[in-house]
Design a binder for this molecule. Structure first.
Ligand SMILES: [Zn+2]
Ligand SMILES: [Zn+2]
Length: 174
């Protein structure tokens, strides 16, 4: 696998969270990574009936004008994301897409925009970020419940995952 990932803060997101995502892109995915200049909150994507943010609308906007210099983009947000079939999502990406989204919003309670996220929230953020980033490199969901590509329905399932890919997914990533 070759390329580099730009970690893009969108809205009020702690810088240390983006730095941690970039560091783990390097160590776990073995890719170059850098943190980009932040974008404004995605007000255009707010669904006023649901009072949540439409993940597809944000992906569409980012992919129309991606920040230059990276092969793929992982955008980190702190808003309540949804896709129509789910009540909410932790993150969103298409297989082979250019941009992925991950949001801190549903990953825990103790997050304050000015305070860095605690270790548990950070761990969840890293898992979702690496999962979504791997989708960008064509990986699909994995049946192995000890693999980052396993689909997690809730935080308990996410917490049971290790911060690692199974041997099969590791091969696919290369
Ligand atoms: Zn997935
Ligand atoms: Zn796997």
């Amino acid at each position: 696998m070759i390329g580099s990932i730009g970690v893009l803060p969108v809205g009020r997101v702690p810088v240390m969270a983006c730095n941690a995502v970039a560091a783990h892109v390097k160590t776990v995915l073995g890719l170059e990574a850098g943190v980009l200049a932040p974008l404004a909150e995605p007000h255009y994507a707010l669904d006023r009936n649901r009072m949540q943010y439409n993940a597809a609308a944000i992906l569409h906007a980012l992919e129309a004008e991606p920040p230059p210099g990276h092969t793929k983009i992982v955008a980190v947000l702190n808003v309540d994301l949804f896709v129509p079939v789910f009540t909410h999502v932790f993150g969103e990406a298409r297989e082979g897409g250019l941009c992925a989204l991950v949001s801190l919003y549903r990953l825990g309670q103790d997050l304050h925009p000015k305070k860095p996220p605690g270790p548990q929230i950070l761990d969840r953020l890293l898992k979702v970020s690496l999962h979504e980033a791997a989708h960008l490199f064509d990986l699909v969901h994995c049946f192995d419940d000890q693999c980052l590509m396993h689909f997690s329905m809730d935080l308990e399932a996410l917490d049971r995952l290790p911060l690692a890919f199974c041997p099969t997914c590791k091969v696919l990533l290369r």
